[in-house]
Design a protein around this ligand. Structure first.
Ligand SMILES: [Zn+2]
Length: 127
């Protein structure tokens, strides 16, 4: 049994944006994601999975895909998407005809870009 979740507070955490992809979401569309997945508390009873820092505003697409993954596992999964797409004929054609471009950009979650801005030039993540 956890505390009652304050959806309004979570929705405003990143100004009404999904913490991960950055899409704007309404409070009704918002799903509350556990940054550290819920199952971890079975192994770490001291982990309060419902504490506010662990609750992230998420769009349905991100939340469904992240599911029970740890944040870094999910990031690796997202980074594998391009190599998987290259095996798709339509994707490959769109590349060859210049309709798509692949960037070498790493997967950075929306909330991480905000952290960077608010720490006056000090990179939060150095990877
Ligand atoms: Zn999202």
């Amino acid at each position: 049994m956890g505390m009652k979740i304050n959806r309004q507070l979570i929705h405003q955490k990143f100004g009404g944006h999904c913490a991960y992809c950055g899409r704007e979401i309404t409070i009704k569309q918002m799903q509350v994601d556990h940054f550290w997945p819920q199952f971890l508390s079975h192994f770490q009873p001291d982990l309060d999975k419902d504490r506010e820092e662990n609750l992230m505003p998420s769009c349905a697409k991100c939340n469904n895909h992240k599911h029970g993954m740890r944040p870094e596992t999910w990031r690796k999964e997202l980074e594998l998407q391009i190599s998987r797409l290259k095996k798709n004929a339509q994707f490959d054609r769109a590349l060859r005809f210049g309709q798509l471009e692949i960037t070498e950009r790493p997967v950075v979650f929306y909330f991480e870009t905000l952290e960077r801005e608010t720490t006056s030039g000090v990179a939060v993540r150095n990877q």
